[in-house]
Ligand binder design. Structure first.
Ligand SMILES: *[C@@H]1O[C@H](CO)[C@@H](O)[C@H](O)[C@H]1NC(C)=O
Ligand SMILES: *[C@@H]1O[C@H](CO)[C@@H](O)[C@H](O)[C@H]1NC(C)=O
Length: 306
């Protein structure tokens, strides 16, 4: 009798196991259909939105590795995106930042000595072509084994980033990839650079080039994060009216450059530069608009988004 009971139990549990296995297989085999949607040149269509709900890593055609040109594969649940602004200083958000599935930073913003405010993990850095030489000042730190598998996504104009041997910055990255074969270095494709320009034109009605401006690393970071993160938690970014608000806090433009020009002075200088400036304030207006349709939240300072 006991033997029969045992047999029944084995059959029942095998059945349960088989059904679970089937459910798992069906789930996994469905995901690629969502992941094959092309991303480039799409506006915020319902199909684009639907990709938010699926956090399986899809190869992104806008970013290719150096030198092999493999597509960037990445996906995160919650992303902490840490701005390089002095706003982060003294807020003690480090532990909260580190709790996210992925921690993103920009350029060469350090964590050492600032862990309490900015956290210590780094999964990805979005890097301006102009900051690449700064990373190469500390190649072991950024690209060696101590870099903990950090992914680098570099953006820049074609003249610097061309892989045909004439791109000064691309050549530097290529040498870094030779020296550190395990470094995960990606560059933004020409098509993706154009896409980011077109987003600026669509959102502001102004042509990025004829209006004499450069997009900021923050712009490229948010566009990438909207594709890769299910939820974005942005730390230390001010809103578009901050510098006009009464008694605003004067902080260094970069948290790691004490004594540099204060953030608002830098922003206003750039916003009004006839050429060669970043339109930081205009970009913030656009970010607020994106945050209405995407899961983006801003902390330290907090943004009131209706
Ligand atoms: C890698 O992780 C260690 C331990 O958390 C940390 O001390 C180090 O700064 C990290 N390296 C980088 C480049 O983030
Ligand atoms: C923008 O920031 C200022 C200063 O922190 C604040 O008073 C204002 O409410 C914020 N506006 C929005 C829309 O978040």
């Amino acid at each position: 009798m006991a033997w029969i009971c045992k047999k029944k139990w084995v059959i029942a549990s095998s059945l349960v196991l088989a059904i679970s296995l089937f459910v798992v297989l069906v789930n996994y085999s469905e995901k690629p259909y969502f992941r094959l949607q092309p991303m480039l040149g799409q506006s915020f269509s319902p199909r684009w939105m639907s990709s938010w709900q699926h956090k399986v890593a899809r190869p992104h055609p806008g970013y290719v590795s150096v030198p092999k040109k493999e597509l960037l594969k990445l996906s995160c649940d919650v992303c902490s995106v840490v701005s390089s602004s002095g706003q982060v200083l003294g807020r003690g958000a480090g532990a909260e930042i580190d709790r996210a599935a992925c921690v993103w930073r920009m350029n060469n913003a350090p964590t050492q000595r600032y862990e309490k405010d900015v956290g210590s993990r780094t999964n990805l850095r979005v890097v301006s072509h102009t900051s690449v030489p700064l990373l190469l000042h500390k190649p072991q730190h950024f690209f060696g084994p101590a870099s903990n598998g950090t992914v680098y996504v570099v953006w820049g104009p074609r003249r610097n980033m061309s892989p045909d041997g004439n791109g000064l910055i691309y050549n530097m990255l290529r040498r870094a990839a030779d020296d550190f074969p395990n470094a995960r270095i990606y560059v933004t494709t020409d098509e993706r650079m154009n896409y980011c320009d077109n987003m600026f034109k669509r959102e502001t009605g102004r042509d990025r080039i004829t209006s004499g401006s450069y997009l900021s690393t923050g712009w490229f970071t948010l566009i990438l994060a909207m594709d890769m993160c299910k939820e974005i938690r942005m730390y230390g970014m001010i809103n578009d009216t901050y510098c006009k608000s009464e008694g605003y806090k004067k902080v260094p433009y970069h948290y790691y450059e004490a004594g540099s020009r204060d953030e608002c002075a830098e922003y206003i200088l750039h916003e009004n530069a006839p050429y060669g400036g970043h339109r930081f304030i205009t970009e913030k207006t656009v970010f607020a608009k994106w945050a209405k349709t995407h899961p983006i939240k801003f902390f330290h300072p907090e943004w009131q988004l209706s």
